[in-house]
Design a protein around this ligand. Structure first.
Ligand SMILES: [Mg+2]
Length: 167
């Protein structure tokens, strides 16, 4: 049984999630946070490397699905459309509901899914509430004092992660 606030694994960036590594673990669905996981907070559209990453996964039969707590109108929708993936915004992480919806919508069993996100109290806790593997990614940018403070508060949870060697 996973400890709710302890990530199962730490990675440096989403690009550590390669098709080969995901396939080796039987993962068919990557649930991904948006802000500071796939892109910086103000980045409106997916970058070319991100689009290529998603295409590489898709070619290997692995789906990407955005689960964001973002409340800005159209932010998640525009980004997801640019990346050509499905999404849930206003997701209410760490509650399990959005995770259950995403699994149902994709027809993927929880053991074949993982969640990747940059925050302990939403992404990691939510992943475990939703019954999926929780992968903590280093935030894309710690560009204000609040995000740096939060990152500091999360340090003990990173320290307790049993697998810091990457995915
Ligand atoms: Mg985030």
């Amino acid at each position: 049984m996973a400890i709710p606030l302890i990530p199962d694994c730490l990675i440096g960036s989403i690009y550590d999630l390669t098709p080969e590594r995901l396939q080796a673990r039987g993962i068919r669905l990557v649930l991904a946070d948006l802000d500071n996981t796939l892109a910086r907070y103000r980045e409106k559209d997916p970058s070319e490397p991100l689009r290529l990453w998603k295409q590489g996964l898709e070619a290997a039969g692995i789906r990407v699905f955005i689960i964001s707590n973002g409340r800005r109108p159209n932010r998640s929708g525009r980004f997801a459309q640019g990346l050509e993936v499905d999404y849930i915004s206003h997701a209410g992480k760490p509650r399990a509901a959005a995770f259950h919806r995403a699994l149902e919508q994709t027809g993927c069993p929880p053991e074949q899914a993982l969640m990747v996100g940059d925050q302990i109290f939403t992404d990691i806790w939510g992943a475990h509430n939703g019954g999926v593997t929780a992968v903590l990614v280093r935030p894309v940018a710690l560009d204000n004092w609040f995000r740096r403070l939060r990152y500091g508060v999360e340090t003990p949870f990173r320290a307790l992660c049993p697998n810091k060697e990457g995915f």
